[in-house]
Design a protein around this ligand. Structure first.
Ligand SMILES: Cc1ncc(C[n+]2csc(CCOP(=O)(O)OP(=O)(O)O)c2C)c(N)n1
Ligand SMILES: [Mg+2]
Length: 323
């Protein structure tokens, strides 16, 4: 078997944790327990997990406004994340970041980012630091199809090539930037081809296929770690929910989501493959489902019970950095 069972079980557990986490976030948001906006990443779990599963804590990722999955895949504590999303003082960022600003430097997660195209330049910085210090750590930025058209991103792609930075640009093409189709907004037939024109290796992959995405990421990680410079990946994926929770999604086809859930569910595709190959049993995965559901239940309970930040003591704390 080409993958050992510990690896497969970890991949399944992490994807399932993201799925259940996102589904509960949607419920808790609808119940009024989550302030601000939430952009759920369910449907896209395989890209996050295939990208992060072999990174170490000192490798850096930079995420997007749709960052819960990337954070979980990079090892952020899900209970701390749920508290953060609920704005609680014991959250991962003391309740000051919320859904769109989750960060955990100890896990190499330098931040979700509300600025579309904000993560790529930051990851260039992380990659430059690694190269300068000779640490061999790599940086991986996540960005959507929409971000690919931002000036900051185009500049970052060029800059990474010029300085030969260990930076993997992971573009999750979920077909939409808010309500605008990627096939309209991308002025080219292939994002992977366009990225290659910057002078770096660039690949397209079906992001709903965990294994294909993992293999592409392995090539990219080896290339970057070896000092050969940046790498770009376009992973085609599916967003199961709206751009944000509450999005009426009038721009989507009648049966589009139903069909995507039936045919392009990355967790279902993973399960079918490992069962067909005889790599894992249904019982092993079902047992993980039970554990994950219990973990997320605990996260919600603890999140609801956690204290809000105190305006007297917390409002002005951590606003400025002291040197
Ligand atoms: C610089 C900037 N421009 C516009 C926005 C508003 N905005 C938020 S998300 C988004 C769409 C991003 O699409 P994509 O990069 O494909 O990511 P997805 O939402 O599909 O994950 C836009 C335009 C923003 N947050 N930042
Ligand atoms: Mg998109």
């Amino acid at each position: 078997m080409p993958y050992d069972s510990a690896f497969l079980l970890r991949a399944y557990r992490t994807m399932k944790t993201i799925r259940i986490f996102e589904e509960r976030c949607i419920k808790e948001f609808e119940a009024g327990n989550v302030p601000g906006f939430v952009h759920a990443s369910n449907g896209q779990e395989s890209v996050a997990v295939a990208s992060c599963i072999s990174l170490s804590d000192t490798d850096i990722i930079g995420s997007t406004h749709r960052g819960h999955g990337h954070s979980i895949a990079k090892g952020c504590d899900v209970i701390g994340m749920m508290k953060e999303i609920m704005g609680k003082s014991t959250g991962l960022c003391k309740g000051k970041g919320g859904s769109m600003h989750i960060a955990d430097f100890d896990k190499g997660m330098i931040g979700a980012n509300a600025i579309v195209g904000g993560g790529q330049p930051l990851c260039n910085g992380a990659a430059l630091a690694s190269k300068t210090l000779g640490t061999k750590d790599i940086a991986m930025s996540f960005g959507g199809d929409g971000s690919a058209n931002q000036g900051t991103v185009l500049e970052s792609l060029n800059f990474a090539v010029v300085l030969k930075l260990p930076h993997i640009f992971m573009f999750e093409n979920n077909g939409y930037g808010e309500g605008t189709g990627a096939n309209y907004a991308l002025g080219c037939d292939s994002l992977a081809d366009r990225n290659r024109a910057f002078g770096m290796p660039s690949e397209f992959v079906d992001g709903t296929d965990f294994f294909a995405t993992y293999e592409v990421c392995q090539r990219a990680i080896a290339h970057a770690r070896n000092g050969d410079g940046p790498y770009a990946i376009e992973a085609e994926t599916v967003r199961f929910d709206g751009h944000f929770i509450g999005d009426p999604q009038l721009y989507r086809g009648k049966d589009e989501i139903k069909l995507a859930k039936k045919n392009r569910d990355c967790i279902k595709i993973f399960r079918d493959r490992v069962l067909k190959e005889g790599w894992l049993t249904a019982e092993e995965m079902d047992a993980i489902d039970v554990e994950v559901i219990a973990l997320i239940e605990t996260a919600v309970k603890e999140g609801l019970a956690a204290p809000n930040p105190d305006p007297e003591t917390d409002l002005m704390a951590d606003v400025y950095c002291s040197y």
